[in-house]
Ligand binder design. Structure first.
Ligand code: C5P
Length: 285
């Protein structure tokens, strides 16, 4: 039996995020196209005899209790399968927190995948995704990773072909944004709606240029009102030669897509002088 498992928890970006309407349960009906990038946290899980969940992290800002999605995921598995053992987790954070990159959801998904192995539960990815939906709306997507179309409140997943590989420059402005706050501040009459199904077609045709023209996020304008630096960073990315730039999720991280490495480096170097947290990564196959 394994006594220790390490799972990679990659970040995601939203190529599209469309808010369709507010539902009766308070959540928003969404359609999104997401893809994983090679910036990842590492979640190491160890079984302990004591019946408790202990989280440690290299990042002092990470909550280590019920507020952490990975904690919720471990508690859910323990309760659902009546596991009387405990788990000690080490979350090595590389993905910025409260950034719109799905870091917390990806850690939770890694915890579910890891505990499934560690405790020999024999659950399929589809079964893990159903459990994940109880932890958070983006967790089911993170169970599979890769490129996917997500709908419902984000928990219904259809996997897509990988996007044509390209470079991604991520810029995280200093202040984080809470997802709930952005959704609550939406003004529906002026919402912009990206062409999700055209994006899906562009990915199918591996048409990178078309993809760059179709990226869009209904939440962007609302987040820009709270953090005008998002707009400035987008403009800088384009002026340094990015093929396209957009806010990811509810923000505040902005990503730039570049086909050529030399362009991506120029965007990276240009933004590095302006913001502390800048990353140059690739889309994952
Ligand atoms: O599901 P999760 O806990 O990640 O969502 C965080 C918050 O984001 C929710 O409490 C809700 O305010 C908002 N949300 C929403 N509609 C969605 C997903 C999230 O309004 N589809």
């Amino acid at each position: 039996m394994n006594t220790e498992v390490t799972e990679k928890a990659p970040a995601k970006i939203n190529l599209t995020l469309d808010v369709l309407y507010k539902r009766g349960d308070g959540y928003h009906e969404l359609e999104m196209v997401m893809t994983s990038v090679d910036l990842a946290d590492h979640v190491t899980l160890k079984t302990i005899e004591e019946n408790s969940i202990i989280i440690q992290s290299n990042n002092g800002f990470l909550p280590l209790d019920q507020r952490n999605h990975a904690y919720k995921a471990a508690l859910l598995i323990k309760e659902r399968f009546n596991i009387q053992l405990g788990v000690e987790m080490m979350i090595k954070k590389n993905i910025p927190i409260a950034a719109g990159l799905g870091g917390g959801s990806s850690d939770a998904a890694a915890t579910l995948r890891g505990l499934n192995q560690l405790w020999n539960l024999g659950l399929s990815l589809d079964e893990l995704a159903i459990l994940g939906a109880e932890v958070g709306s983006d967790v089911p997507y993170c169970i599979y990773g890769g490129t996917a179309f997500a709908s419902g409140r984000g928990e219904k997943i259809e996997q897509l072909d990988a996007v044509p590989q390209c470079w991604v420059v991520l810029v995280k402005p200093k202040k984080g944004i809470s997802t709930g706050t952005v959704f609550n501040a939406l003004s529906y009459d002026t919402l912009k709606h990206p062409a999700t199904y055209s994006m899906i077609a562009a990915i199918k045709e591996q048409d990178y240029l078309r993809m760059t023209k179709l990226i869009g996020n209904s939440l962007e304008e609302t987040s820009i009102i709270r953090q005008p630096s998002i707009e400035k960073i987008k403009e800088k990315m384009i002026s340094f030669g990015a093929d396209a730039a957009l806010m990811s999720g509810s923000g505040p991280t902005i990503f730039a897509l570049c086909r050529k490495y030399s362009r991506a480096q120029r965007v990276y170097n240009g933004l590095k002088g302006f913001c502390n947290e800048v990353y140059l990564v690739r889309t994952l196959k």
